[in-house]
Write a protein that binds this ligand. Structure first.
Ligand code: 5GP
Length: 120
């Protein structure tokens, strides 16, 4: 899938629309989800134009991949959920119910996160 630079996270990265920033480094941005599903709900995104894991794993630099991984742990520490536990989710593609076609991780916690997936 070609990267669509009109997606909402691309607009956030360009500064076209605001976000509530949690943390940032040269390669990665973390910000609060606009519609939080748990007491803590932070989105972690690479600053590069990657649609999903296949794209990021195949084409991002090692430096970008390390920064992304470390930012997830950093966000858990910053938001105070690292000790009690939390969930990290990445929705990919149609079956994964990915709404925004820019790679992102949901970091959820601050309360029990519930079952892994809906089994109904
Ligand atoms: P997905 O279903 O693609 O994994 O999740 C996309 C997430 O982006 C959703 O949790 C949704 O609430 C969040 N989101 C959508 N639009 C915006 C926005 O404009 N700002 C922020 N901060 N989050 C957004």
């Amino acid at each position: 899938m070609a990267y669509d630079d009109t997606n909402i996270f691309a607009k956030i990265l360009r500064g076209d629309i605001p976000c509530t920033r949690v943390a940032e480094d040269d390669h990665t941005l973390a910000f609060e989800d606009i519609n939080p599903a748990r007491a803590v709900h932070v989105l972690v995104i690479p600053k590069g134009a990657y649609t999903d894991w296949r794209d990021f794993a195949a084409t991002a630099t090692a430096e970008e991949q390390v920064a992304f991984t470390r930012m997830i742990a950093h966000v858990a520490e910053l938001t105070g959920i690292a000790e009690k536990g939390y969930r990290v989710i990445s929705n990919i593609g149609r079956d994964g119910h990915q709404e925004v076609p820019h790679l992102h991780m949901h970091v959820l916690g601050g309360e029990a996160t519930g079952p892994l997936v809906d089994r109904s």
